[in-house]
Ligand binder design. Structure first.
Ligand SMILES: Nc1ncnc2c1ncn2[C@@H]1O[C@H](COP(=O)(O)OP(=O)(O)OP(=O)(O)O)[C@@H](O)[C@H]1O
Length: 610
């Protein structure tokens, strides 16, 4: 049932500030700027509900949301799915920039002229080896790191067609490969090829513009030059309506090529209306005192975020801990985490340990100490993306459903997937439904029996192959186009087998192994860059010292933004730890004294010495 625009209300009884509501109802291009926790991502989810429920995104047109990371794209998709009625979420597509570009390239590969067409099974680069070899074939030795970065950067950041012979040669080597070089593309090259396809094929461009009537761009402050170019090529001057949300003060990807003037260019190129939000729905009022100080350091205009009314004004706590060495520091972290879990009933996944960089190095001691308290923690980096992969979710939910027939979430997940794979969405034919259910139930019994007999990794791997075969790889690829090209799906299956089996060997129980793989009972440890967009009841910022911020004097603004992103992830408890000795080195906090000064200035941070 279509809801009229006037009658539409935010889902889940959420109260939105007036400006947020206005921006949702704005059907033209818009830019929403707001601080951390203001509800920018939530606004996109609500706007999707508004557009679909009021049919402002006219059926069968779709909304395309583009994020940076897989977990952000999945988070947005989940929020819309939770809020919306009538299966309308099938017209909400949430992707990363990388998957969007790759989707264009893989679908329209043959629209490229032969000289720029990669072989169909090109490899997505995970390192620079093939690039170095290709330049090597032109007599350019890239053993020097700086030189390598310059050449690869030039190669992968200039639009096609190439004007320089050298780059043209290397491009063609990487597109086609030869006896020494595997055909390899990185995501910048994939984006450049996608832009080239769109620039030279008006019919393809038109079909994209016809499919998507609304585009959402999350974390817009971190958009790179090429990402902006593909958006402009696709939707510049079209009837499509764009909504970008972002925060200048959370710009932490300049080092990775974020376009520093992206807001200004977007407002000009897309003639968009700007909206600014003032709430912070995430953090307790005392933590907002810190955010206010940092915020006013980062921008000229003074700004005080308003807390959500669910908080009382004395809620929120922030502390800096000074320890003589990192062993003592770890013990205090472990004790505090144990208190949070046992006394305050904070779930494991609502506690996060963040570091500026080198998670592996920082994690070892903390993980060992937490183990003494029977608390698991892990470096989340390698799991974060894998856990959000559709194929991984499909396999895991199949296993869960096989192991526990009462797991209704898992069953619903695989049942809905199966209905889509079979193209039976909305069918009223009871016979078809009954047959499909019978088949799926039978398959789950088979999986359960097989799981009971597994004694090594190879057997688990072959079980996962069986699961994919049951749903049918071609149907999976059709439904999840990100798996349509190359060996990516196999790599994910192998990684899943590897991790899952290690957890199974530890517990000898499949449910526990799946829980451990999903990290349900472990404290995540990650870098600030990886926790962008996430939130936790308690955040421990470990190693708050000059060594972690080693280039602070050269990039004070960007590092202060990073500090801001880190501290603004906390809802209620925030801890900074400083240890005089770490990794056998002395630590100082002179260079980042301005960050300490801001914490003190807030008047809410307590200091403790161990
Ligand atoms: N109107 C609202 N009322 C109550 N809670 C809200 C509202 N909007 C958002 N929230 C909640 O506030 C938290 C922060 O929202 P969200 O993640 O959308 O913020 P954001 O602006 O994208 O944050 P950041 O830029 O820091 O990643 C989430 O837990 C969300 O569910």
């Amino acid at each position: 049932m279509v809801i009229s625009i006037d009658a539409w209300k935010p889902s889940d009884g959420l109260v939105l500030e007036t400006t947020a509501l206005k921006s949702i109802r704005d059907l033209k291009n818009s830019l929403v700027t707001a601080g951390p926790g203001a509800g920018k991502t939530e606004l996109l989810a609500q706007k999707a509900c508004f557009l679909l429920e009021t049919n402002s995104c006219v059926n069968p047109k779709k909304i395309l949301a583009i994020s940076f990371k897989k977990d952000a794209a999945a988070n947005l998709k989940d929020r819309v799915k939770m809020r919306i009625s009538n299966n309308l979420e099938t017209r909400f597509i949430s992707q990363t920039y990388d998957s969007f570009s790759k989707g264009v390239l893989d679908r329209f590969l043959y629209a490229l002229p032969e000289e720029y067409r990669p072989v169909e099974d090109y490899v997505v680069a995970t390192n620079d080896n093939e690039f170095v070899k290709a330049f090597g074939e032109c007599g350019i030795n890239l053993s020097n790191r700086k030189l390598k970065n310059i050449y690869i950067n030039n190669l992968t950041n200039s639009k096609l067609p190439n004007s320089l012979e050298l780059y043209d040669f290397v491009w063609k080597k990487l597109l086609q490969g030869d006896v020494n070089i595997k055909p390899t593309l990185n995501f910048s090259m994939i984006t450049l090829l996608a832009i080239y396809i769109l620039e030279t094929n008006p019919m393809i461009l038109k079909s994209l513009r016809t499919t998507y009537s609304h585009i959402f761009l999350d974390e817009f402050q971190d958009t790179t030059y090429l990402q902006y170019e593909i958006i402009k090529t696709c939707f510049g001057g079209a009837k499509t309506s764009l909504t970008a949300v972002g925060d200048n003060r959370q710009r932490i990807m300049l080092w990775a090529g974020a376009k520093h003037d992206v807001f200004k260019c977007y407002k000009r190129d897309f003639n968009s209306q700007e909206y600014t939000l003032i709430m912070n729905h995430r953090s307790a009022p005392r933590l907002l005192e810190i955010q206010k100080i940092v915020n006013n350091y980062l921008q000229d205009e003074p700004f005080t975020p308003l807390p959500n009314p669910r908080w009382s004004e004395d809620e929120g706590s922030a502390e800096i801990w000074y320890s003589s060495d990192s062993t003592i520091e770890s013990e205090h972290i472990a004790k505090r985490i144990s208190d949070l879990i046992n006394q305050h009933q904070v779930p494991f996944r609502d506690i996060c340990i963040i570091v500026k960089q080198s998670v592996q190095q920082y994690s070892n001691e903390i993980i060992e100490t937490l183990e003494k308290f029977n608390i698991q923690a892990r470096n989340e980096t390698k799991f974060q993306d894998l856990l959000k992969e559709d194929i991984v979710l499909l396999i895991i939910n199949t296993l869960r459903s096989a192991l526990n027939a009462r797991d209704s979430d898992a069953w619903l997940f695989i049942w809905n997937s199966q209905i889509f794979f079979e193209g039976k969405n909305g069918t009223k034919n009871q016979l078809i439904v009954d047959n499909m259910r019978k088949q799926l139930k039978g398959f789950l019994r088979y999986i359960k029996n097989k799981l009971d007999l597994i004694t090594d990794k190879e057997e688990l791997s072959s079980l996962f192959i069986d699961i994919i075969a049951f749903y049918d790889i071609n149907k999976i690829k059709k439904y999840y186009p990100q798996y349509s090209q190359g060996q990516y799906i196999n790599k994910l299956r192998e990684d899943l087998t590897e991790y899952m089996y290690v957890y199974f060997e530890k517990s000898n129980d499949w449910i526990l192994a799946i829980n451990s793989f999903e990290g349900i009972h472990s404290i995540p440890i990650m870098t600030i860059h990886k926790c962008k967009g996430l939130e936790f009841e308690a955040v421990f910022f470990v190693g708050f010292d000059d060594n972690a911020f080693w280039s602070f004097s050269n990039q004070e603004d960007e590092d202060t933004c990073t500090f801001f992103v880190g501290l603004s992830r906390s809802k209620r408890y925030l801890y900074f730890t400083f240890s005089e000795k770490r990794f056998g080195r002395n630590c100082n906090n002179f260079k980042i004294s301005i960050l300490y000064q801001m914490l003190h200035e807030s008047g809410v941070v307590e200091e403790k010495y161990y």
